[in-house]
Design a protein around this ligand. Structure first.
Ligand code: FES
Length: 586
């Protein structure tokens, strides 16, 4: 068998030179008990593992990494696993989103700094996936992703649970006095039965599905359950493919993440009733590879794309049922007329190749395009005097009768004010009120936490009311539902119009006509804006300060301003290009 050409590999720059530099690099590897033979003339595959005991969704990643390594070894490569910081949606405060860009920097710089020829990303929980994609996109070394898969469904009193969606519902039942604390405790003990990410079409399942539509993973791998044997075999196949990509020097992320790939991802997002958080992440990712993706593109695609996936919170089922119905390939196959089917993927084949043999829609979990669950896609963009740069609403998870609504504002100045007053019996609230939460955006919170699904005031809950219009500069959990306008830009903390809303001001939401307006005279808006006093920044030092100083608004993806665009440095070079002579340190 002919030996593949390995002279172009990045790792050859570290391990190849027959001088003191090469000696230092080779001996560092041999110190781990890896032989010189193992690093000679073969691709080194980095496995970026977001395993952490602080991230329950990714807790099975050591096993997956072992399966990836098996694939790499079978294909003749050397796998080297490395940790990055990991972002656990449930435990990380004030918000995992505050650290997405930090993890992206960790991933990018680890890839660039080490002798790696191709990368396998292991991500699952909400922010780990976009963070890894963003970092790998900027490093632009051949990269393939393996996502962690959804956890097994939980059951409570014989009923299947979507852990996020149903938790919100049962929490409201508890507050309404319709559920006992003992029952709620039993729910808690059963809510998350296995490893894996949340199994509704929340942010994690949305993002992992979009990885497939973007072409950044092997086809058919996104919806395989976390504990299914096929996930490990997918990991093995991913490792094998990474070796091929290293030898072929591609495709690189910049070749896969094209404008067409983003259109494909947005089409799947809105057809699935997926998470609004994906809007922010796709905007950020696109800008990493120099694509000026705009918020309006989401609305345009949503208008032309029916919702054909019946998974919670927009529908009835979980991702396990989607997997059994054919998974993402079945959805993409049905969406084919709306896709750029020839977009190149990490498999080396066009997107269409991955779904060509997928089963037809079953009409239950996945519908046909001509008989959809909703005529339009799940996400709409609104603008107006209250959101000059736009805001988003997941209309597929909203109350249809509230999508055109005029009501009086009740304003909460941040999360603590909300917590203090939302259940106050004297709160002057009716089902027509519009609840406004501000100072919860990228700069204001900071980190734009998932606080946008404001709880329904207890006095309304007790009257059986389960939804009112809510508006904020925050995000909301992908598993949540309700008539919630999110990501208002510019946010209150940088002087956006949300900062001037007063209790009792009329607000008009008109999703059909894409409007969100503070319905007071223009001169009064001008007068109030001129008097806005910006809040003191929450952080004066450290990463928090860096974040506040450089984070972009929601309509630009909340990335740091200095991380947009591909770096000037050619990724194939060792940083600083010093490939001979002394440069190591003992
Ligand atoms: Fe990790 Fe939902 S908490 S995916």
């Amino acid at each position: 068998m002919q030996k593949p050409d390995t002279s172009h590999l990045r790792s050859a720059q570290w391990f190849g030179p027959n001088d003191l530099t090469g000696f230092v690099h080779r001996t560092a590897i041999q110190a781990e008990g890896i032989s010189g033979f193992a690093i000679k003339d073969r691709p080194v595959i980095g496995i970026a593992n977001s395993w952490s005991e602080l991230v329950n969704c990714n807790i099975h990643f050591k096993l997956l990494a072992d399966a990836v390594k098996r694939g790499v070894l079978l294909a003749g490569g050397l796998p080297l696993e490395f940790p990055t910081i990991s972002l656990g949606e449930s435990l990380m405060k004030p918000s995992a989103m505050q650290f997405r860009n930090l993890m992206a920097m960790d991933v990018e710089e680890s890839i660039r700094a080490y002798p790696l020829d191709a990368i396998v990303l292991l991500g699952g929980c909400d922010k780990t996936v976009p963070a890894q994609l963003m970092g790998a996109a900027s490093a632009d070394v051949p990269t393939i992703m393996l996502t962690g898969g959804p956890q097994e469904p939980a059951y409570f009193r014989g009923k299947q649970l979507g852990v996020g969606t149903d938790t919100w519902k049962y929490a409201d039942e508890l507050r309404a006095g319709k559920m006992t604390q003992a029952d709620f405790d039993e729910l808690e003990a059963n809510a998350k039965p296995t490893a894996g990410h949340c199994s509704e079409m929340g942010t994690a399942s949305t993002m992992t599905s979009l990885v497939e539509a973007l072409g950044m993973c092997l086809p058919g791998t996104a919806s395989i359950p976390a504990v299914h044997a096929r996930r490990a075999s997918a990991a093995e196949a991913t490792g094998r493919r990474a070796v091929e990509m290293a030898l072929a020097d591609g495709p690189r992320p910049s070749e896969v993440l094209t404008r067409e790939a983003f259109d494909n991802a947005i089409t799947l997002l809105v057809a699935s009733g997926g998470s609004t958080n994906a809007v922010v992440h796709l905007l950020a990712l696109a800008r990493r590879v120099g694509i000026d993706l705009q918020l309006d593109r989401f609305h345009e695609i949503s208008e032309r794309t029916p919702r054909i996936v019946n998974v919670r919170p927009s529908g009835e089922y979980l991702v396990q049922e989607l997997f059994r119905a054919g998974g993402v390939p079945t959805v993409l196959k049905e969406l084919d007329p709306l896709l750029h089917a020839d977009a190149i993927t990490v498999s080396g084949e066009p997107l269409q190749h991955g779904y060509a043999s997928a089963p037809a829609p079953d009409g239950v979990v996945v519908s046909r395009l001509d008989d959809p669950f909703d005529a339009a896609g799940g996400i709409a963009v609104v603008r107006g005097t209250l959101a000059p740069r736009g805001a988003v609403i997941k209309r597929s998870a909203a109350s249809s009768e509230l999508l055109q609504h005029r009501g009086r504002a009740i304003v909460f100045d941040g999360i603590f004010d909300l917590g203090r007053r939302i259940d106050d019996p004297d709160l002057d609230v009716t089902e027509d009120s519009v609840l406004v939460l501000r100072n919860c955006g990228p700069v204001g919170a900071p980190g734009m936490p998932e606080w946008g699904m404001l709880p329904i005031p207890e006095k309304l809950l007790r009257r059986g009311i389960r939804d009112v219009v809510r508006i904020s500069d925050a995000r909301m959990s992908g598993t949540a539902f309700g008539t919630t306008v999110l990501h208002v830009a510019p946010e209150a903390a940088v002087g956006g119009p949300l900062s001037i809303v007063q209790d009792g001001d009329p607000i008009v939401l008109d999703v059909k006509n894409q409007r969100l307006d503070l319905d007071i005279p223009a001169e009064e808006i001008e007068r109030r804006l001129a008097e806005v006093q910006l809040p003191e920044p929450r952080y004066r030092r450290g990463y928090g300060r860096l974040f506040i100083d450089h984070v972009l608004q929601a309509d630009e993806g909340c990335d740091f301003d200095f991380l947009q665009g591909l770096p000037d440095e050619e990724p194939q070079r060792m940083p600083y290009g010093l490939i001979s002579g002394w440069q190591g340190g003992w």
